[in-house]
Write a protein that binds this ligand. Sequence first.
Ligand code: SAM
Ligand code: SF4
Length: 324
Amino acid sequence: MEREQLKDGHGRDIRDVRVSVTDRCNFRCQYCMPAEGLPWLDRSDVLTFEEIERLVTLLASMGVESVRLTGGEPLVRKDLPVLAGMLAKVPGVKDLALTTNGYLLERDAEALVASGINRFNVSLDSLERDRFYQLTRRDSLEVLAQFPEAHPIKVNAVALKGVTEAEILPFAEFARQHPYEVRFIEFMPLDADRSWSSEQVLKGAEIRAVLSAHYDLVEEPRKESATARVFTFANGEGRLGFIDPVSEPFCSDCDRIRITAEGNLRTCLFSIGETGLRGPMRLGVTDDELVAIIRDAVWRKELKHQVGDEGFVQPERSMSAIGG
Ligand code: SAM
Ligand code: SF4
């Protein structure tokens, strides 16, 4: 059943949903989780596959066509390929992607591709074993060897001042030698340790300045609602992306919403409030009632984030609990 397009109160059509399938994770990245982990949700509080399928079906009926599975670490959720297979069949879903730290990718990649995941984002902050360990608190650079071969893969590296400078040129060479777009993401105030400061952000422009001394980079036209500015090397070999939410916010045509592992709708990474969907679903609301709850929450989507503005309040939840 097709419904009217999902829109916010600022005239933006919503076409993309990030679904967190778990808040648990097997890494402890410095910029995301504390070393000791976080108090995990009870399993009964996490949405079931059928509940996620229902929400995605309703969102797709309102014009949401792109679904990204995330977490926590999505591959620690048991039977994730089964969920992927269910979502790939939802009418209207055109793009089904996964963001992962890659640790379990070797085990699951084939099953995920077979079940309909058509794009992978693998988070990889360093090509150096020691720095990888320092950042993720796991000695697991082997994730590099586990990338599935034939699928579009983006490699995401969080860019931290005083750390990532040493990775810029190695990552540029990596992007030239492999069919992976490497994207640098500015560090955002979504760390569980709440130690973020603007001085720790290595800005995209600073990285591009380093690169421009070594390479000719050509910027591609920006696609509507894209998070990244994408550049190719002038000789055509390799692509680099820059996600610069802190220094160059891209909120004005944001088409994204998020569903947390326990079924709360978030209309912005930096939302202070959330709308519970699991409660109404378990109380037996009809699809039309659920659609009305979603539309009402989305209508109030934030115009922009306030990072860097006076009075900015860091959300209580950190990235792994939100579903980055
Ligand atoms: N565990 C999976 C992973 O790491 O790819 C999926 C969830 S993780 C929260 C999603 C993305 O958010 C990763 O690329 C991670 O690097 C990024 N991330 C986490 N905390 C961040 C922060 N404070 N600032 C910027 N990006 C962050
Ligand atoms: Fe886990 Fe991803 Fe957060 Fe790292 S960034 S701690 S892998 S959820």
